[in-house]
Design a protein around this ligand. Structure first.
Ligand code: NZQ
Ligand code: ZN
Length: 395
């Protein structure tokens, strides 16, 4: 196991109705004015935004609110929100929504206190030196941004849409409120995209070259098994509170790094997928459902036993010790069929992508990344081959 630091000081408030406590939670932080950021309106239609604002008002906390964050969030709105937040002299940012809203809030919280272009941080040109605190009221279990140190924003630079991530301690929320009831209004497709994303967050950590990491292997497997068991219940019985609750906490554990400490992590599939989101505006989870099995097929030969272990422990495939490749392949089949059962796409055609765009995807990939993958260090030729598997896979 590798040496590691683990410091994730987010306070979690989990359960039905907990968003009504946001006012008292913020009051304890001694902030003067809160910037409430939300998305395209689902939280307005459900009444959540009004409840959050009421709770802040009841505690006498000043706030301003601004919506309009779109999935695969854009830098343009971040710039607008930075200006507005400065004008309003806010000193805390509260995200009410999913990964796109939270990541926008994270970028705003860093950008407000910086004199330059906030996107420099996402292009790794500079490192942030200060940031406002952020809080979260989560509405979709998926990106794990409520507990992660990352934010992902896209921006058009010289005619190319770059989707870039920033990992920094400033991105870790001060608190996150998780009410599973709020996720009952999610369309089945969004629920399924979230399930794929959280599984991908665990799998990016699972496929590692670090030896002797049985504690995190088993943690990863526990989270994955629980998701595989619970996701069909959430899809077929969307009002099931207990199933929603288990999926919601799984989404946080999948990406707060409890599954990833002490081991090398891969992250090639996220890099490959982010270019699909950038080029086609596809939902991140849907892109991952297409890309993850393709990456697995391509890299399996690097360590068939690890893939066989995944197949056997997560999907119950019986282990063929004579020929672990056979078990490994059966695991990839099981993963694809699980994604399909959730209504997820499995190839380029099903997400409106084209094999002819692979050169464009590769260009975007290497504009936003210096290297791709750690389990296997992928060359541009490797990435091209993986995109081709994803493009040509026949269901
Ligand atoms: O905008 P509204 O109207 O709220 O609608 C959203 C949006 O259309 C809707 N939604 C959210 N909660 C809802 C709801 N609809 C009904 N009822 C509710 N309770 O769902 C749609 C998707 O929302 P979004 O925030 O985009 O989803 P998600 O949480 O999957 O976030 C995706 C973004 O996060 C990034 C992705 O790349 C993508 O840009 N990621 C961020 C990470 C991080 N910060 O750590 C890690 C991830 O790997 C990922 O890259
Ligand atoms: Zn993800």
């Amino acid at each position: 196991m590798d040496n590691f630091n683990f410091h994730k000081p987010t306070a979690y408030y989990f359960g039905a109705g907990r968003e009504n406590e946001v006012g008292s939670i913020v009051k304890n932080l001694k902030v003067n004015k809160v910037f409430v950021i939300y998305g395209g309106g689902s939280c307005v239609r459900s009444g959540l935004l009004q409840r959050v604002e009421k709770s802040l008002a009841q505690e006498g906390i000043e706030f301003v609110s601004k919506g309009g964050v779109e999935p695969n969030p854009r830098a343009d709105l971040v710039y607008e929100m930075i200006d507005y937040g400065r004008e309003q002299q806010v000193d805390f940012v509260l995200a009410v929504g999913g990964g796109s809203v939270i990541d926008t809030a994270k970028a705003v919280a860093i950008g407000i206190l910086d004199n330059g272009d906030f996107f420099d941080f996402f292009l790794q040109k500079r490192a942030p030196t200060k940031a406002l605190g952020i809080g979260v009221v989560l509405t979709i279990p998926a990106a794990g941004s409520e507990g992660s140190n990352s934010a992902v924003i896209q921006k058009e630079v010289d005619g190319n849409v770059l989707k870039c991530g920033l990992s920094h301690a400033f991105n870790v929320p001060v608190f996150s409120i998780l009410n599973p009831e709020l996720t009952k209004t999610l369309p089945a497709y969004q629920t399924a995209c979230g399930v794929v994303d959280m599984m991908a967050h665990v799998m990016e950590r699972y496929f590692t070259n670090t030896p002797e990491v049985s504690i995190t292997d088993r943690t990863c497997e526990a989270v994955l098994c629980s998701i595989v068991e619970t996701a069909p219940r959430v899809i077929h019985d969307p009002n099931n509170y207990e199933a929603r609750a288990n999926i919601m906490w799984a989404g946080t554990l999948a990406h707060n790094d409890i599954c990833g400490v002490g081991r090398e992590q891969d992250w090639a599939t996220h890099a490959l997928e982010h270019q699909l989101s950038a080029l086609y505006d596809v939902a991140h989870g849907a892109g991952l459902a297409v890309m993850f099995p393709a990456w697995m097929e391509y890299t399996m030969a690097h360590n068939p036993m690890r893939f066989a272990q995944f197949a056997s422990r997560v999907f119950g495939v019986s282990m063929d010790f004579e020929d672990p490749k056979r078990t490994a392949k059966a695991g990839i089949v099981a993963l694809r069929s699980f994604f399909k059962s959730l209504g997820m796409p499995l190839n380029f055609e099903q997400i409106g992508a084209s094999i002819d765009d692979i050169p464009k995807l590769l260009k975007l990939l290497y504009l936003s990344k210096k290297s791709v993958g750690n389990f296997v260090h992928l060359t541009p030729e490797d990435c091209e081959a993986i995109y081709k598997i994803a493009a040509t896979y026949k269901d």
